[in-house]
Ligand binder design. Structure first.
Ligand code: CMX
Length: 136
């Protein structure tokens, strides 16, 4: 198991435009990318803070994961994402240890990363993402 750092924090927002304005104009960060991830039914915006990123998530469909989250819980922290080396082996180990996986094998996420989610009911209420950079 080799988790190297917190890759990003995902934050669910109703309006990407309004939230970007807060992160840029109040916190002084720079949005360096906006990307739609159609499979996840979200539009994302990214900021760097050291080696960690903030990923803002605006839903593109009320029935998507972020749309349902905002409907139930409102805006706020949606998930934590750890960078790992050896994503498939890590998933297999975690499953062997009894944690419920949402994704048994990696799929493509924003920024070309390979990603997989662990179910929040198995992870103390925190939706957890593991990411691997395929170019490293
Ligand atoms: N954090 C913590 N708990 C969450 C959650 C989250 N982000 N999302 C849902 N839940 C909880 C709900 O509150 C609910 O709990 P209760 O049963 O106690 O009410 C339970 O999980 C089931 O929620 P639901 O609204 O019925 O939703 P589903 O079961 O259909 O889906 C989940 C939940 C986590 C499996 C789904 O959201 C998922 O697959 N998420 C992973 C993918 C994702 O979130 N993509 C968006 C980000 C993409 C990106 O970063 O690029």
């Amino acid at each position: 198991m080799n988790l190297t750092h917190i890759e990003h924090l995902g934050i669910a927002v109703k309006s990407l435009e309004t939230a970007i304005s807060y992160y840029e104009n109040i916190l002084g960060l720079t949005c360096y990318a906006v990307e739609e991830v159609a499979e996840q039914k979200v539009k994302t915006a990214f900021f760097k803070v050291g080696q960690t990123k903030i990923e803002l998530l605006e839903s593109t469909d009320p029935e998507g994961p972020v749309g349902k989250f905002i409907e139930k819980k409102g805006e706020g922290v949606h998930h934590i994402a750890f960078a790992v080396e050896g994503l498939q082996e890590t998933l297999d180990l975690i499953a062997e240890r009894g944690v419920t996986l949402i994704d048994k094998s990696p799929r493509k996420g924003a920024e070309g990363l390979n990603i997989a989610f662990l179910h929040p009911k198995s992870t103390f209420g925190v939706l957890t993402e593991l990411c691997e950079n395929p170019t490293k």
